[in-house]
Design a protein around this ligand. Structure first.
Ligand code: GDP
Ligand code: MG
Length: 299
């Protein structure tokens, strides 16, 4: 029988530690669900009993959530799985950094080149010649959680007509994107939708952040307006100043974190070919199978 190491109620993957909020807890009937969903069900109960959400059997509530046994078998499976992916994600070889490509998109003059230059040279020269097509930087090395990363910045030009001539493979090949506008220039904010669409058309899964640059200038775009745009497009929002070196490193750290997270998610959707279990069952399928999935015997 297949076992799916995700909660059959919220479909989130189980936590890989016993203390995790999503740790799998076993009910007397043998069904498992995550600690968070169990807590939610208990909270709603008016009596000392709940119904198992999977088999509908009556279950006496324990006073303490931790009195419910943790399903160690599911944790073991998750751990085995994560160790496989960890081997690929973590990089033990100090000399071999993990490479990512980061692209900037935004109107001409918003400070795309200045932001990269600030990172690479720790300077603000304030007068960069227009980028003609796409310029690839020398690598920018960072260390993050024991791993070394080598980031290549793809600096683009931001002319109106560019969308037709910007080589699309740069967009497709990028691992992350900075959408940049100038908070003192309303038009550069309005044009963001175009940049976003241009990117999204090439890359379904947008891993990026929104940057409002020139925060040392008087603003034309309110913080909340930009933040709302970011949220609507599932992006984090940061305001930077390449000139004053404000938040520039934070921007790159935030994007790098997102890239790493997105790569982990990629692994989660991989089905190991060696043996079961299968990890990539769709939520719809899980719903269909509701009632048998995640069931495991109480130890
Ligand atoms: P790009 O066309 O998007 O690459 O923009 P640039 O990096 O070439 O910058 C365009 C202009 O904005 C230049 O005159 C920069 O000096 C200026 N600039 C860039 N970043 C900032 C910033 O953080 N604050 C201010 N006040 N000016 C900036
Ligand atoms: Mg430029």
């Amino acid at each position: 029988m297949d076992e799916y190491p995700s909660c059959p109620i919220c479909f989130d993957f189980y936590g890989i530690e016993q203390t995790h909020i999503k740790a799998p807890k076993v009910l007397t009937c043998g069904d498992s669900l995550c600690k968070e969903c169990l807590a939610g069900i208990i909270k709603k109960s008016q009596t000392d009993f709940i119904l198992c959400p999977i088999c509908q059997k009556e279950e006496k509530i324990y006073k303490n959530l931790d009195d419910y046994i943790t399903n160690k078998e599911l944790i073991r499976l998750m751990n085995a799985y994560f160790n496989i992916s960890k081997k690929d994600i973590d990089n033990d070889d100090e000399n071999k950094p993990i490479s990512y490509k980061i692209i900037t998109l935004g109107d001409s003059g918003v400070g795309k080149t200045s932001i990269f230059a600030r990172l690479l040279t720790e300077k603000f020269e304030g007068n960069y010649k227009s980028t003609l097509t796409v310029e690839i930087s020398t690598p920018y090395y960072v260390k993050y959680k024991k791993n070394k990363y080598e980031l290549f910045f793809y600096d683009t030009f931001g002319q109106e007509k560019m969308s037709s001539i910007l080589p699309k493979n740069y967009l497709r090949e990028s691992d992350g994107v900075f959408f940049i506008f100038d908070i003192s220039n309303q038009d550069s904010f309005i044009n963001l939708e175009k940049w976003y669409t241009l990117y999204k058309n090439q890359k379904e899964n947008v891993v990026g952040i929104l940057i409002g640059n020139k925060c040392d200038n008087e603003r034309q775009v309110e913080y909340n307006t930009a933040k709302k745009f970011a949220e609507e497009h599932d992006l984090k929002y940061l305001e930077t100043s390449a000139k004053l070196d404000k938040n520039v490193k934070k921007a790159i750290a935030t994007l790098l974190e997102q890239i790493i997270e997105s790569q982990k998610k990629l692994y989660i959707n991989i089905t190991p070919l060696n043996k079961s279990p299968s990890f990539n069952i769709s939520k719809e399928k899980q719903k269909e199978k509701k009632g048998c999935c995640s069931r495991s015997k109480k130890k």
